[in-house]
Design a protein around this ligand. Structure first.
Ligand code: C5P
Length: 203
């Protein structure tokens, strides 16, 4: 199969990662979690533009990139246009590789791959997303209160949607899936149906 790009965008903890991994495995596509690029830039410290231009595979392999703090740092450096520009070619090359690719992020369908064969926008209410993050961080026995996680979700949403450079928004031709009331299995099934329909029309 030649190149086939699935762009999956949406806010934090809406289910993008889970859906992207499942879809990639099912269709045999390569998967790039583009949030990791911004997380790696934010986590490394120093001048974010220089770091983005010289990002290495080792930077992406750090084991602390999934923390709430790394997400917060990522969303700060992601607002810098030179940082975003430095990461464009890598993402576009990945998207057009042979055999198909799934990229998940905030601006894949709008900026990185406006010609993607499938665009999904995965969303859920801030409360539902905060609850998922809070449970991931240990819930009642974890270090974060639900209210603190909800506040972080709202702050990050506002920054990602309000920034001048590549703000988070659905592409005009994206299919939106609101996962607030869906199980993981239902959300994955809906996403797969959209992709299968597009592949069935001749890829
Ligand atoms: O998806 P994840 O939570 O890992 O992303 C961390 C942050 O990186 C986001 O809040 C967003 O500011 C930024 N990001 C972005 N564009 C992407 C992926 C992530 O601006 N394509």
């Amino acid at each position: 199969m030649s190149a086939f790009t699935v762009a999956i965008d949406g806010p934090a903890a809406a289910g993008k990662g889970t859906i992207s991994r499942a879809v990639a495995e099912h269709f045999g596509f390569a998967h790039l979690d583009t949030g990791l690029l911004y997380r790696a830039v934010g986590a490394k410290g120093g001048d974010p533009v220089a770091v983005a231009r010289a990002l290495t595979p080792q930077d992406l392999a750090r084991d602390d990139l999934r923390s709430l703090g790394a997400g917060e740092a990522a969303s700060r450096v992601a607002a810098i246009s030179e940082v975003r520009a430095a990461l464009v070619d890598f993402q576009r090359d990945f998207a057009r590789r042979e055999g198909g690719a799934v990229l998940d992020g905030r601006d894949i369908g709008t900026v990185i791959c406006p010609g993607a064969e499938v665009k999904l926008f995965i969303t859920a209410s801030p409360e539902v997303r905060a609850r998922r993050r809070w449970l991931e961080t240990g819930g009642d026995t974890g270090a974060e209160s639900f209210e603190a996680v909800l506040e972080q979700v709202r702050t990050r949403d506002a920054r990602d949607m309000g920034r001048a450079e590549a703000p988070l928004r659905p592409a005009d031709d994206a299919v939106t899936l609101d996962t607030s009331e869906m199980s993981i299995a239902q959300a994955v099934e809906r996403a797969m149906a959209v992709i299968a329909a597009r592949l069935g029309r001749g890829g």
